[in-house]
Ligand binder design. Structure first.
Ligand code: KG4
Ligand code: ZN
Length: 341
């Protein structure tokens, strides 16, 4: 089975082809970051228009590069939610039209399941059951996963997602969008002893997160320093913020593992590319005899490969949908159909 994957949920156009026997044949990514840069964040209408411009030429390129003809495709997977409605509609419209013309199935994929499935594309994929930490620009969730497609929500952010907090702190520090990698880069020069930021919601039981207070704490710390800020001030703050986020996530992951009794942790979504987070969880892996898995770094942030792969898994199980175009800007992962045998 060969599946074309289309990702258009936010500000990246991803097109990939996954083959049951050959694996990932091609994975093309176009980032709109330069388009949105001047606004400091994603402008939804501009995002939709750019997806319209880019998706079809990228499909052509993916077919050519992988030596695939349209007749070789057995199915099309596209991101049907959560995400920006206009952006999602572009991918859904193209996927459904192409599938109709080729008389093959098109299947809507949950963006966060795509992120999670990316971890199963690594050379040593995790076995079920596991706790999944999904950390992106829009989500911070802990999930109990007992089988492909079977998800139980254990905890989530009550306000900002971790990636969103990174992006907002980057803005305060005058860094480029998207801010996560920029804050991480700046933090490398920071002094770890200068500031200690709070670890929100860790001193009470539960698996929920809250990052908005940490963001305010960062802003107040910035304002308390002599202006204009020295580069070293910015680096020290970036490091204190990143360490607080990483430590909070580590505490909650440990708690979720204790709560479920599972011994495997899977981290996915854009923030899982963060080196400090990976290093901290690797330390936990050694200390606590648990296994920690991540997607290959290239597949941590948005991409088409994860959608093609997740689509392949579901299409292979016989999952189908009709030709109506139906996207879901909000969509709890717990509503997904299980792929349990
Ligand atoms: O998964 P993703 O590409 O898109 C969404 O589904 O949201 O995640 C993007 C988020 C952004 O907030 C970005 O700042 C953050 O992931 N991010 C990082 C890093 N790389 C991306 N945050 C911290 N450290 C990184 N290295
Ligand atoms: Zn994403």
């Amino acid at each position: 089975m060969r599946v074309l994957g289309i990702e258009t949920s936010c500000d990246e156009t991803g097109v990939a082809i996954f083959d049951e026997h050959l694996g990932l044949m091609t994975d093309l990514l176009y980032s709109q970051v330069d388009l949105h840069q001047q606004y400091g964040g994603v402008v939804p209408e501009l995002a939709s228009r750019d997806h319209i411009r880019k998706t079809l030429p990228m499909i052509d390129q993916a077919l050519t590069e992988s030596g695939t003809t349209l007749a070789d495709l057995d199915g099309i997977a596209y991101t049907s939610g959560p995400g920006l409605i206009g952006a999602l509609l572009v991918g859904a419209g193209i996927a459904k039209s192409l599938a109709f013309a080729l008389d093959i199935p098109a299947l809507g994929i949950h963006h966060m399941e795509g992120h999670l499935m990316a971890a199963r594309m690594s050379p040593s994929p995790p076995d079920y059951p596991f706790v999944a930490l999904l950390v992106s620009g829009g989500h911070t969730q802990l999930m109990g996963c007992t089988a492909p497609g079977s998800y139980e929500l254990l905890g989530e952010s009550l306000d900002d997602a971790a990636g969103e907090a990174f992006d907002k702190v980057a803005k305060m520090l005058g860094l480029r969008y998207p801010g996560g990698p920029e804050v991480a880069r700046l933090a490398e020069q920071g002094d770890p002893h200068r500031f200690k930021f709070p670890r929100p919601m860790t001193n009470r039981p539960g698996l929920d997160f809250s990052f908005s207070g940490l963001k305010t704490f960062t802003m107040n710390t910035l304002a308390s320093l002599q202006q204009p800020l020295a580069d070293s001030d910015k680096a020290d703050i970036a490091l204190a913020f990143q360490t607080a986020v990483v430590d909070t996530i580590r505490i909650k992951c440990q708690r979720a593992l204790q709560h479920t009794g599972f011994r495997t942790l899977v981290i996915a979504g854009g923030v899982s590319a963060n080196t400090a987070l990976r290093q901290r969880l690797q330390k936990l892996e050694k200390q606590s005899r648990i296994e920690v898995h991540y997607p290959p770094t290239k597949l941590c942030t948005d991409n088409g490969a994860m959608i093609a792969y997740a689509g392949f898994q579901r299409l292979k199980k016989g999952q189908r949908e009709d030709l109506s175009i139906n996207v879901k800007p909000r969509w709890p992962m717990t509503e997904l159909l299980s792929m349990r045998d």
